[in-house]
Design a protein. Structure first.
Length: 203
């Protein structure tokens, strides 16, 4: 029979009289240690719906769905799948769109849908081929980053016009028929359609 070493006996006796290391939640307050990684919390004002966090989330807890008919992107965050790795926070393009919080034990629930959150963002769709370009908030974020350089893009000009109503009622869309022509340069186009017009202009 093996006998415990003196060191182990000493530790057992000390632990009988010392405070527990584990938290007594919910009987007592939960005090997170520095750098604790809890539930990611989205900042609606700083999340632009770019999808980057969905692409880096290891367990696919973040997914997105684009509805062309409604022109809406829905981002779904299922915290029941979250492993609290912090990748979404680390790779968020705005740096403030999502932050891990101290909240974790409060997430315990019987209904998994209670820990699923959804966000909606308006999409920009190519007026020629119907491809999804990105969200309006994402484009505005790029615009702010670029400053005056952003005005070299028709896409940004159209978006700005929509907000400031510099030209008419802000609706810059024109009907595109019989293929892309030079006049369509000022429509909201995806990079591929834009390139087609540029090539036609040069030809
Ligand atoms: S990366 Fe940031 S800005 Fe982009 S969708 Fe995720 S939280 Fe929002
Ligand atoms: S913390 Fe990790 S697992 Fe959780 S949503 Fe963010 S990237 Fe996904």
């Amino acid at each position: 029979m093996k006998y415990p070493k003196m060191r182990e006996v000493k530790e057992a006796v000390i632990s009988l009289f010392s405070k527990p290391y584990t938290t007594k939640y919910p009987a007592g307050d939960f005090k997170p240690f520095p750098g604790f990684r809890g539930k990611p919390v989205v900042d609606e004002d700083n999340c632009v719906g770019c999808e980057t966090c969905a692409n880096v989330c290891p367990p696919n807890a973040i997914t997105f769905e684009d509805d062309k008919e409604k022109g809406i992107r829905t981002i779904t965050r299922d915290y029941g799948k979250c492993i609290f790795c912090g990748q979404c926070e680390e790779h968020c393009i705005t740096g403030k769109g999502v932050k891990l919080s101290d909240e974790i034990y409060d997430m315990a629930c019987f209904d998994r849908s209670a820990v699923v959150e959804k966000q909606e963002r308006e999409l920009i769709i190519c007026e020629s081929c119907g491809a999804i370009i990105t969200t309006k908030d994402h484009m505005r974020f790029i615009h702010e980053k670029l400053g005056p350089l952003a005005y070299s893009s028709i896409l940004n000009l159209n978006l700005l016009n929509e907000r400031l109503r510099l030209a008419g009622d802000g609706d810059t869309s024109t009907e595109i028929k019989d293929g892309l022509k030079r006049k369509d340069t000022f429509s909201t186009l995806c990079p591929n359609c834009n390139r087609q017009i540029q090539i036609k202009n040069l030809a």
